[in-house]
Design a protein. Sequence first.
Length: 229
Amino acid sequence: MSKFFKVLTSSLVVGVLLAGCGSNSDSSNGAEETKEEPKAAEQKPLKNDVPKPEKDESGNYILNVPGQKVKDDGATAELLKIKEVNETVDISPLKVTIEDIKVIKLTDLDEEFAEGLEWMADTKINPEETSYVQVNYTAENTSDSNIEWYDIMNVVTDKGEQIDGQLKDFISDDGDSDSQFIGKVKKEYTDGFVVKNEDINSVKLVFGYTEDEDYNEITPEQTVEYTFE
């Protein structure tokens, strides 16, 4: 499944045409009254405040303003909420930097797209409307030693939903291909988790523990929580 979910929108400029009309009438003595010609009303276009998205280095459009949309062959995606985080979580020897967390709604999913998403997300998909949480982050091994790390273990919303991060992340990227970090390397992650209720106000992320090459735990699981403003 392609990362369709980092995408675009278009904004519309709507013009409103206003017109006035007048009529002529006769006075009681038959004299013709002169009517002043109506003036043209001032017209201003109604603008959509949602800006057009920018592209990343790979040419993908990025949804970063609520209301932005993109229509693809498989579905339409709309950004509902975004939390700009830019904070680091210490999971020694890993330095995990959370860039942002988004809530995105998909509508009008075609059959093939819906089936693929259902299989990847390991959950039932409504082809008319389905929403998910997307987390963008990086992880850097600050040591020279090789370590093991399993990224996000659980996602918990304020609506009481707990999602298994290992089984239900439906966006596959290079960071997911290998749990091993060779010394002094950095990986980028984009994870997606389907949610039952899109109207969430906060989300907890439970990051997995780190292990050495002999599978001895170095740092335990770390939990962080963020609120959508």
